[in-house]
Design a protein around this ligand. Structure first.
Ligand SMILES: [Zn+2]
Ligand SMILES: [Zn+2]
Length: 186
C-alpha cells in the first residue's frame, strides 16, 4: 500500500500521486484504518474525513513482540413463521396425487413434489387447490422474520473463546482477523 502523508489517504502500490492534493505517495509503514460507512482506508486518523464515522483497525503493523487478542462468541438463533393450517386431503386431488396416510408420508410427498419448485406446483394445481392453501404455499417461499426468534442459545449457555492473532483484511470470513491461537476446541 502507498499513502499520502498529508491527507492520510491510502492507495494501492501502483498509485504514485495523491488524487486529493497531488503529493507524492510513500510506501506505508503505519497502521491502516477503515471507515465502516464509505469503506475508504486511512492512516493516522481516528475519524473519517468524509463522514465523521469512527474508523476501525484494518491492518496493523506488528513488531515481533506484539500480538492482538480478541474474544469470539458463537451462538445459534432459530426463527420461525406462525404455524399455518393445511388440509392434507386437499392434496389427494393434486397432480401428482397424494396417497399417503400420515405426517411422515406427507413430508415425503412435499419434499419430492413441491419444496424444490413451489411455483410450478401451484401452477399445475391452480384449480385443485383452495386460494387460502395457495397463499400458504406461496408463504413457504419466504424466510421467517428476524424478530420472530423461537430459540437463542445465548439464553442457555455462553460459548465464548479467546484468540491470538493479527488484523488481516485477507481473512474476511474471519472478521478480517488472522487467528494464530485459539482456546476454542471445536
Ligand atoms: Zn494527499
Ligand atoms: Zn467514511
Amino acid at each position: 500500500m502507498n499513502v499520502c502523508k498529508k491527507c492520510h489517504k491510502v492507495y494501492d502500490e501502483k498509485s504514485q500521486f495523491c488524487e486529493e492534493c497531488g503529493e507524492t505517495l510513500v510506501q506505508n509503514t503505519a497502521d491502516v484504518f477503515q471507515c465502516d460507512k464509505c469503506y475508504k482506508l486511512f492512516i493516522d486518523s481516528e475519524f473519517c474525513p468524509n463522514d465523521g464515522q469512527q474508523l476501525k483497525i484494518y491492518k496493523r503493523n506488528l513488531e515481533s513482540n506484539q500480538i492482538e487478542i480478541r474474544n469470539v462468541e458463537q451462538y445459534t438463533v432459530q426463527i420461525a413463521t406462525e404455524p399455518m393450517l393445511l388440509n392434507m386431503d386437499e392434496f389427494i386431488n393434486c397432480e401428482p396425487s397424494y396417497t399417503g396416510a400420515d405426517s411422515n408420508d406427507f413430508m415425503t410427498y412435499l419434499n419430492e413434489n413441491m419444496f424444490h419448485d413451489i411455483e410450478s406446483f401451484i401452477d399445475i394445481n391452480e384449480s385443485n387447490l383452495e386460494d387460502s392453501t395457495k397463499d400458504i404455499l406461496w408463504n413457504l417461499e419466504d424466510h421467517p422474520n428476524g424478530e420472530d426468534v423461537i430459540y437463542d442459545s445465548r439464553n442457555k449457555y455462553g460459548n465464548m473463546w479467546h484468540e491470538l492473532g493479527k488484523t488481516n483484511p485477507d481473512f474476511r470470513k474471519n472478521g478480517g482477523f488472522e487467528t494464530y491461537e485459539t482456546t476454542n476446541n471445536d
